[in-house]
Structures are given as C-alpha cells and as structure tokens.
Design a protein around this ligand. Structure first.
Ligand code: ADP
Length: 535
C-alpha cells in the first residue's frame, strides 16, 4: 500500500496488485480458519491422558524426537497456516506460564472451534458466539475456585506434592518411573525454593543427561555436574574442601592484537623466548596457588605445556567449561568469575566440600561432580537412559513436573484430574445458561459441550466407550454432587480421582480455559483473510 496525493493535495491510498491476492470473506473465512484450528487440535487429541499416544517427529536433518508433550509436538510440526500457528502459540503460552497442560489447552480450543462452527451454521453471529464463550469461561473459572481444594504440605511431608507431580508424569513415556522422578522433581524444587516469598527460581535446577544406565539410575545431586573431566589423567580425581578459581581467561601468554614479527636467528634468542613463555605459565599457576586455589575451572583451553605444568605443580584443572555452567558453578560455590589473572583474590574463590570425577561403566566418559557447595541452592538432576531420545523426553517430562511443583508452592490449590474438573464445570456452565436470555445462551451451552470433550478424549484414548462413560460419570456427579469423579483411564476400578490421587493445579486448569477461550474468540472475529496468491 502507498499513500499518494491528488492535485488538490487530498490523500488517497493505492492498494497494489489487489486482484492477485486470494481473499476469503465472511463465513467462508471463519469456516476455513476453524478448520485449520481443528486440524491441529485433532493431531493432539490422541496424545491426551495417561493412555495417550506418542508422536514421532523427524526434523529435516534427520533428528528423531518421540514425545507426548503437546508444546513439543506443535513446536516441531513446522505448520504453514497462520491459524495453525496461533494454536502453536497457544500451547507455547501455556508452557511459558504454567508448564503443564499443553495438550489439554489445544484440545479444548479445538472443541470450542468445533462447537462454534455449528453455531455459525445455525446463523448465530460470530461476535455473539465470542461473547457467549467469554461469559461461559468466566463461569467455569469461578466454578473451579469453588471445587478447588487446598492441601497442606511442608518440607517434611512432601507426599501431596509428589502425588500431583505423578499425575503429570503418568501420561508421559517415562511413567514407568514416575514415583522416582516425581520425588526428584519435588526435592529439587524444595531445595531451591524461597519458601518465605513462595517462589522458585527454576534456573537454579540444572537438568543434565548422559546416555547409558537405566532410567531408574536418575539421581538428584545437591550441587553441579559438569560434563567435563580433569585436564590431565594424572590429576587427583577427588578434592575435598575445594577452593575453586573460576576463570574466563586462557592459560597462555598474551598475544599482541596487531601484526608482529619476532626475529629469532640464534639458539640463545630461542631459549630466551621459551624461558619467557614458561615464565608466563609459571606466574599464572603461581598466582592461582598464591591465592589458595586448589582447583581451577577455566572457560578456555590451555596447551599441553600449561597442562603438564599444572599437573606438576599439583593444581588440578578443568578446561573448556561452557559459560552457562561457569555461571552456575559461581552461584553454587559462592565464587566470582574472574576475567584476568591479576584480579584473582582469595575472596573470589568458590568453595565446595567435595569435587569428584566419576566415570561411567566401561566407557571413557567421565563427569565432574561439585557437591556440598557453599550456596546449596543449586541442584542438578542427572538423567540416565538407554538412548538420546529417551533422555530428551525425560528432560521434557521433568520440566512439566518441576513446573507443577513450583506452581503448587506458589498456590497450593488443586482440582481433581481425569476430566473430573471439566465435567463439573460443564454441568455448572450448562446450568447457568438459563440465566442469560440472549442468543449467547446457545454459545454458553456449546461451551459446556466443548468442556466435555476433554473427558471424552481421555475415555476414547483409554479404549472406553466415550459417550457411555461420560454420561455415566456426569450422572454420578449430578446425583451425588461429587466433582471429583472422572474417567478411570488406568482401569483402577474406581473413578474417584480423590482416591486415585490424580490432581492438577487450580491455576493450570484455569489458565487452560482462559487461554483456549481467548484464542477461539480471536479466530472467530476474523472475517477477512487476505493472503498472497499461490501463483
Ligand atoms: P497435558 O500436556 O495437557 O498435561 P497429558 O497428556 O499430560 O496432557 O494429559 C493430562 C490429562 O490426563 C489431564 O486431564 C489429567 O487429569 C489426565 N490424567 C493424568 N493421569 C491420569 C490418571 N491416572 N487417570 C485419569 N486421568 C489422568
């Protein structure tokens, strides 16, 4: 588009090549958008719940990911359609804010779109649908507050937290070890939590993985693990009460930045130069020793000469440690990162009770454990597993569990899972629809129906008859006023989620409903799609 002026100075807009663009208007636009959104939701629907299917995604360069996590599936799908991208964003926002419930939010949005399509076909204006959805979502969110329960936990009784994390993990590939992993997640979060401010800095929890061993060998280390080893095989493998110099300067003589020329024409000159270089190394090592360092961790490398000297002078060292790790080590050990040798002072050294090198199985792989740190508020979860895919999926699942534990620490309200909260909301929203005299009433009822799609999907994925199962549970909830009855996905024998210990966080569930409604409202309000034409 361009702004032009006619001979009287009046502005007008020139729209270029309009006829070459494809354009969809009115109901056609809404239907096309709804279909795009539904298509994305359909993909995720089968992944929902403890019996949900996993997806295998191959990237253009051949990397394979197997996952059950909604956000990851959508992230890697590389969708083209703009509305489909909105759904991807939706799942991502749930991931950023809450960390769990990324599949559920998309399935919910898909169901809302499906219901909206029916309403549009019956001639209801999209804006009225959007308004009805908004009202219904408010009713649902309020109702969730009513059925939510608080639970008490403290540092000695972590069982309720573990149970909630286990619900999250039960739908993942790693559910075989959900008890171990849930306990690790809760302990990690409690270790770094600020219980007074009720906040958790998840950056202090490092998740590291190494191929090999079993998933059960996954452990929580109160300290930092670095995927590096001592720079020389003869250096000590265990240092107690370590004082650590954390350096971002290399162990090498300074190099002039501009071009330089050194003429060496005699043996003596060469000897002097060599002596000079040696002295540089020696001074550096001496400087570290003088301030009292017993271990050097360096962001850069050092050549064989320096390495040998370090070994000789009995100063263990680790080289090529990444920036992020270096920062974490500094936080954990209470040390300072030192950019120049001249700035090294005893106060800047980090302290750790034990630094040890651990080797794994028959491989040459070794890792460095820095434990009993001065500032114990940094922990590492060390994942073991048969292959890289498994480790990556465990990392993603643990991320969800960590987020759930953090959310509970911030706000200890829970609702019951297994679709029970959705069914209860659906009943409440449906009952409230009569209070609204306008056309919105239809949209509100459709919203209630859309809420049912979560328990339906859970039942479907578990091989149960969706309609029969849902209506039976719904009847039970209405008759006995039991908002904790859901879908018995694992065939335990009871659909009482309280007994099954299937919890979800209140804020997570509320966020799911709010975000899904927001996106659907946005999609419904688009009535003109102008896109560049294909040819
Ligand atoms: P999301 O990515 O949205 O968390 P999941 O695939 O993890 O999706 O599935 C979560 C859904 O599965 C929630 O509705 C939760 O209540 C339900 N769920 C988890 N464990 C169980 C269980 N043991 N029995 C019934 N439902 C469960």
């Amino acid at each position: 588009m361009a702004l032009a002026f006619d001979e009287y100075g009046r502005p007008f807009i020139i729209i270029k090549e309009q006829e070459q663009k494809s354009r969809l208007r009115g109901l056609d636009a809404q239907k096309a958008n709804i279909n795009a959104g539904k298509a994305v939701a359909r993909i995720l629907r089968t992944s929902l719940g403890p019996k949900g299917m996993d997806k295998m995604l191959q990237s253009p360069d051949g990397d394979v990911t197997i996952t059950n996590d909604g956000a990851t599936i959508l992230e890697q799908m590389d969708v083209d359609n703009q509305i489909a991208k909105l759904m991807v964003e939706l799942s991502r926002s749930q991931d950023y804010e809450i960390g769990d419930g990324t599949t559920g939010v998309v399935v919910m949005a898909g169901a809302l779109l499906e219901q909206a399509e029916k309403l549009l076909e019956r001639g209801i204006h999209p804006v009225r649908v959007a308004e009805g959805y908004e009202m219904a979502s408010r009713i649902a969110v309020e109702h969730l507050e009513h059925i939510a329960q608080k639970f008490d936990f403290n540092v000695t009784n972590i069982e309720p937290l573990v149970q909630t994390c286990m619900t999250t993990l039960s739908s993942k590939i790693v559910n075989r070890c959900k008890q171990t992993l849930a306990e690790i997640a809760v302990k990690a979060v409690l270790a770094v939590a600020d219980l007074e401010r009720k906040d958790v800095n998840l950056d202090l929890i490092k998740v590291e993985g190494k191929v090999g061993g079993k998933l059960e060998d996954t452990e929580l280390v109160y300290g930092i693990i670095v995927d590096k080893d001592m720079s020389h095989p003869q250096m000590p493998k265990r240092i107690e009460d370590a004082k650590i110099a954390i350096l971002t300067c290399p162990f090498e003589p300074p190099k002039p930045k501009t071009k330089h020329k050194v003429d060496i024409d005699t043996v003596e000159k060469f000897q002097t130069l060599r002596q000079q270089e040696l002295k540089y190394f020696d001074d550096m090592v001496q400087k570290c020793k003088d301030v009292g360092a017993t271990l050097v961790i360096c962001q850069w490398g050092f050549d064989d000469e320096a390495n040998h000297l370090l070994m000789h002078r009995n100063l263990p060292a680790v080289r090529w440690v990444g920036g992020v790790e270096l920062e974490l080590i500094a936080i954990a050990t209470g040390g300072r990162i030192v950019p120049r040798f001249q700035e090294l002072t005893p106060e800047k050294l980090g302290r750790a009770g034990l630094v040890r090198e651990k080797s794994f199985g028959t491989t040459k792989d070794r890792m460095l454990y820095i434990e009993q740190c001065a500032n114990s508020r940094a922990v590492t979860i060390f994942i073991r597993g048969g292959n890289k895919m498994m480790i990556e999926e465990t990392k993603r699942s643990l991320h969800d569990a960590l987020c759930v534990a953090r959310n509970l620490l911030r706000n200890n309200s829970i609702v019951y899972g297994g679709g029970s909260a959705e069914i209860s909301c659906s009943i409440a929203v449906d009952a409230a629809a009569y209070r609204y005299p306008g056309v919105e009433q239809y949209a509100i009822r459709s919203f209630a129906e859309a809420l049912d799609s979560i328990p339906m999907a859970l039942a479907e994925n578990s091989g149960l008859q969706p309609i029969e199962t849902l209506s039976a549970v719904k009847l039970q909830q209405i008759k006995d006023n039991t908002p904790f009855c859901g879908i018995d996905c694992n065939d335990v024998g009871t659909n009482n989620m309280q007994e099954q210990n299937v919890f979800e966080t209140l804020i997570g569930k509320q966020q799911q409903i709010l975000l899904a409604t927001q996106v659907v409202k946005m999609i419904l309000k688009i009535d003109d799609v102008i896109s560049p034409s294909e040819y």
